[in-house]
Each structure stands twice: as structure tokens, then as C-alpha cells.
Design a protein around this ligand. Structure first.
Ligand code: MEV
Length: 283
């Protein structure tokens, strides 16, 4: 069984969404492909290495198998992963691999999981690995397109193309803990920051002044402590040539994105909105 699922960019609202505020995210045209074959034991083969169930090397796939086996006990499977989503870049490679693995296992072993089931189990897998998850990454990877979350409201934006620049590696678990730490130390200030992010996200839904909103959201992510000097300096460089950019995803590294304005800034690559979520590619 071959299944693929897309990566995503969070346009607005990362971190705030973990605390019940809104976020706006879109699936992109980079996909993770998972091949599943029946087998007597579990084998996982990816660019990270060849292992059995291994919560260190392959945490998302291993927890996906564990959670799947709680619903549908199986003896084993050969699982091969090929992904065009750069890892640790904030582009949802972990959610995509969890979603595609769950769907491929469900199809191969005829477990009959619906896409809603897959989204819910993949969110649990993120909680298993990261300690917390809003579910936005697995939701967008499962269903494709652009969504306001947690409302699960489909959004149509005029902007369909974005430039991305990768700056180091994002660190989801650490950044989620860092933000939780800020909430503990400055609860009232924290509430005001995530409320402001919520206002930005809801304004962005109508598709106007996105560059301005990107600028303000990035300033607030910086206030939450998930930006860094390298990211800030790259963003300032882009501002000098008339572009706005912000972190996408957990931050601490990973990708920054901005709206494509007809030219590709140095060191960037282009992605497009993808309407297609998880899908069977072949048997
Ligand atoms: C990670 O892509 C986005 C975060 O908001 C975490 C989550 O929503 O689960 C940092």
C-alpha cells in the first residue's frame, strides 16, 4: 500500500493555537510518501535510518504503529518513507509521516479508519512525542487546503504561492516548553500576547493586508521567545527589499515564509497551496 500526505505552513497563529486560540494553516505541494507491506515484524526504513519500532530515531512512525495496534492488533509491517518535505523545518513533516503511516496501515490491514479517525490518532501521536499539540498540523495534512483552526472552517485565500527560507532546525518540543514556561512566569502578559495573535489570525481570514499581519505576528512570536538572532536578521534583510516574512511552525529555527511577489529571494524556494490531503497512491 502506498499513501502520501502533504506538509503545511502555518500562516498565522502557531503556539497561540495550542492554548485554544485560532490559527490559519495551509497544505503545500511537498508530500511524504509511505509504503506499507505486511511482514512478521516491524521494520522502518527512512532517510534517518533502518530500525524496528524505535521511539528515538523514528518517534512519529513508532507511536503511529503503537496507536494503530491499540485499535487493530497486527504482527508486523515493512514501512518505507520517502519525503520531499525537509525535516525539522516547521513544514509539518512529522504530522505528514504520522498521517500517511496511519492511512497506509489502515488501508493495508483493512481497518476502515476514516480521515477524521486518522486526524485524531495522528494528533495523539503528536502529543505522545511532543507533550502537547493543537492538532492543526495533522488536520491540514489529512484534509488538504487552507483552514481556520480549531473551527475547522475552510478558507479561500487569494495568495496561493509562498517563498520559504530554511534557517537551522526547528525544535517543536523545546519551543512548546519554552512558551509554556513564559505562560507560567508572566500569565497576564502571555494572555495578552496570544489574544493579540488571535486577532491577527481572524483578520487574516478575509485575505487583506497579509504582509502587515505577517509583520505583527512575527513581532509577537519574537515576544514569545521562539525567534532567534539569525531569523530576525534574515527577516530584516528581506524587509530591505520590500518583503515581509515570519516563522512558520514551532520556530527556534526551521523555515520563515512570506508571500511570493513574483521573484524568488536569494536562498529561498517556492511552495504552492495544495488542495489535496492524504491520498492512496497505489497498492
Ligand atoms: C507546530 O507546527 C505548531 C505549534 O503551534 C504546535 C501545535 O499547534 O501543535 C507550535
Amino acid at each position: 500500500m502506498i499513501v502520501s500526505a502533504p506538509g503545511k505552513i502555518i500562516l498565522f497563529g502557531e503556539h497561540a493555537v495550542v492554548y485554544g486560540k485560532h490559527a490559519l494553516a495551509t497544505a503545500i505541494d511537498l508530500r511524504c510518501k509511505v509504503y506499507v507491506e505486511r511482514n512478521d515484524e516491524f521494520q522502518i526504513d527512512s532517510s534517518l535510518g533502518k530500525t524496528g519500532i524505535d521511539f528515538k530515531v523514528h518517534p512519529y512512525v513508532s507511536f503511529a504503529i503503537k496507536r494503530f495496534c491499540e485499535i487493530n492488533k497486527i504482527k508486523g509491517a515493512k514501512i518505507k518513507i520517502e519525503s520531499s518535505i525537509p525535516v525539522a523545518s516547521g513544514l509539518g513533516s512529522s504530522a505528514a509521516v504520522a498521517v500517511a503511516t496511519l492511512k497506509a496501515l489502515s488501508e493495508e490491514f483493512e481497518a476502515g479508519l476514516s480521515d477524521e479517525d486518522i486526524f485524531k490518532i495522528a494528533r495523539q501521536v503528536e502529543i505522545d512525542v511532543q507533550g502537547a499539540s493543537s492538532g492543526i498540523d495533522p488536520f491540514v495534512s489529512t484534509f488538504g487546503g487552507t483552514w481556520l483552526f480549531p473551527d475547522k472552517k475552510k478558507v479561500e485565500l487569494k495568495e496561493k504561492e509562498f517563498f520559504l527560507i530554511k534557517i537551522g532546525e526547528r525544535a517543536t518540543k523545546e519551543m512548546i516548553s519554552k512558551v509554556a514556561e513564559m505562560k507560567k512566569r508572566y500569565p497576564e502578559l502571555f494572555e495578552k500576547i496570544i489574544d493579540a495573535i488571535d486577532v491577527i489570525t481572524l483578520k487574516a481570514v478575509d485575505g487583506r493586508n497579509l504582509d502587515e499581519l505577517i509583520y505583527v505576528n512575527q513581532s509577537l512570536l519574537r515576544a514569545l521567545g521562539v525567534s532567534n538572532a539569525e531569523i530576525d536578521s534574515k527577516i530584516s534583510e528581506l524587509e530591505k527589499i520590500g518583503l515581509k516574512a515570519k516563522i512558520t511552525g514551532a520556530g527556534g529555527g526551521g523555515c520563515i515564509f512570506g508571500i511570493f511577489k513574483g521573484f524568488i529571494p536569494a536562498g529561498s524556494f517556492l511552495v504552492r497551496v495544495s488542495e489535496e490531503g492524504v491520498r492512496v497512491e497505489g497498492t
